[in-house]
Ligand binder design. Structure first.
Ligand code: TRP
Length: 431
């Protein structure tokens, strides 16, 4: 089984070191590991929430696409696309909008922060707040759920959005009675997830404290020199922990080099010298990528072609058939097909069912048999693979002898007759 890893970057700015360390670099590394299917996309619909300058949206989309390609993304090995090239995403956004709790959206950090700011300024709660900002988490949930992503690498500020995606997906699954959506898990690259910016606050375009990833060498050097530090002189011992220069250094250095820098801080390295070392370190990693980036930026038509091709293949493979299934699930159906009556739906829901799942604590694969009311009848032991679990399910579905209930891989939670009756009911329903 492959794991689907999906990540997006809003196309509202120029990629900075924080984006690179927090999202792009770990995502590209993960895409190269075995058993991973990666999805990278340019979240240009999200950009419209913040940016009403069309030239900037276009420019940023180009810059971010070129950045990912320069950083080693291989568009024939991973899915690389632009959100607005996948019309199934806004379509799913609406389906999710209709199950998302408004109360949950009220609690979204970004929206709440905007309301708090209004209150502090004595304004109306929702002054200047668009419905787009409010709906941001639903659009993001659609990005993730449309491809049934298992893992979503993001910055810490996005954790709540992934939780919301799980919530909306779960509500949909529950309401429409199926395992339509995989519930995504957030992935945070520990210790380098958020980089400090020039002023020490989180590096973010909203704080205007960023270091552009592909700033020319001279500018990179100047920006690093401008990182705010305290006024301790060379020779005075400095604490590595809590120093922004050190944190940035650690994000690019090997463990050994980072420890060496920690010792240098304790020994009183001057800020100028520490910043020079930081500059050389970052430039050594970035310079070869910068060269590729500049070559790519000179050929925007090629990038356009790569993105369109990615979206077209991805839609045909997943998004278009999946949205058809979802439309069916909610009742956007061909009218000539016989309507499933409410009674038939209830009958279907009342069938016993096998549920297969993976236990997080031990990573093994399990199943259980539930009756129509959801009572546990049979619980399996852990299997090494979903296939092994599935094989035993297939056997159980076929047998009708009581001794099958003595299989060592299962534990009965109800009288054997009840479990057998449920299996018989399933057999009949499945024909
Ligand atoms: N909101 C994310 C950010 O600002 C960008 C994003 C949009 C995203 N859709 C996504 C990230 C889906 C991961 C998955 O960083």
């Amino acid at each position: 089984m492959t794991t689907r890893v999906l990540t997006g970057i809003t196309t509202s700015g120029t990629p900075h070191l924080g984006n690179y360390v927090g999202a792009i670099r770990p995502a590209i590394a993960a895409s190269r590991s075995e058993g991973v299917e990666s999805f990278y996309f340019l979240a240009d619909y999200h950009a419209l929430i913040k940016v009403q300058d069309p030239a900037r949206v276009q420019r940023s989309t180009l810059e971010i696409a070129a950045t990912w390609l320069a950083c080693g993304l291989e568009p024939d090995k991973v899915w690389f696309y632009r959100q607005s090239d996948i019309p199934e995403i806004p379509e799913l956004t609406w389906l999710l909008t209709c199950v998302a709790g408004k109360g949950i959206l009220n609690r979204a950090h970004a929206y709440k922060a905007a309301v708090d700011k209004n209150r502090a300024e004595g304004e109306d709660d929702d002054a200047g707040i668009t419905a787009g900002l409010f709906m941001y988490p639903v659009l993001m949930a659609a990005d993730i759920l449309i491809f049934n992503a298992d893992k979503v690498p993001v910055g810490r500020d996005q954790i709540q959005h992934i939780e919301m995606a799980r919530d909306f997906g779960q509500r949909f699954n529950h309401l429409f009675g199926g395992d339509y959506f995989t519930l995504p898990e957030v992935v945070i690259e520990e210790n380098v997830a958020t980089l400090p910016g020039l002023d020490g606050r989180k590096m973010s375009k909203s704080y205007d404290n960023t270091i552009p990833l592909f700033a020319p060498r001279a500018e990179l050097k100047k920006l690093i020199a401008s990182i705010v530090t305290d006024s301790r002189a060379p020779g005075e011992p400095k604490e590595a922990e809590g120093s922004h220069v050190f944190q940035l250094h650690r994000a690019f250095a090997s463990v050994q080099d980072s420890e060496r820098m920690r010792d240098a801080f304790a020994a009183g390295i001057g800020w100028g010298e520490a910043k020079q070392a930081l500059f050389e370190l970052i430039d050594a990693e970035v310079a070869p990528l910068r060269e590729k980036y500049e070559a790519l930026m000179a050929r925007p038509a090629d990038i356009e072609e790569i993105l369109r091709d990615g979206a077209a293949r991805l839609r045909a493979r997943y998004a278009t058939p999946f949205i058809a299934e979802l439309r069916q699930a909610v009742g956007l159906r061909n009218l000539s097909a016989r309507a499933q009556t409410a009674a038939a739906a209830v009958e279907k829901a009342a069938l016993p069912q096998f549920k297969q799942y993976r236990e997080k604590s031990d990573g093994r694969f399990y199943f259980k048999l539930l009756d129509g009311q959801g009572d546990l009848l049979i619980q399996s032991e852990g299997f090494d693979s979903p296939k092994a679990a599935g094989e035993l399910i297939a056997v159980l579905k076929k047998v009708d002898r009581a001794d099958a209930m003595e299989t060592p891989e299962i534990v009965l939670h109800a009288p054997a007759e009840r479990a057998l009756a449920a299996l018989a009911q399933l057999r009949e329903a499945e024909g």
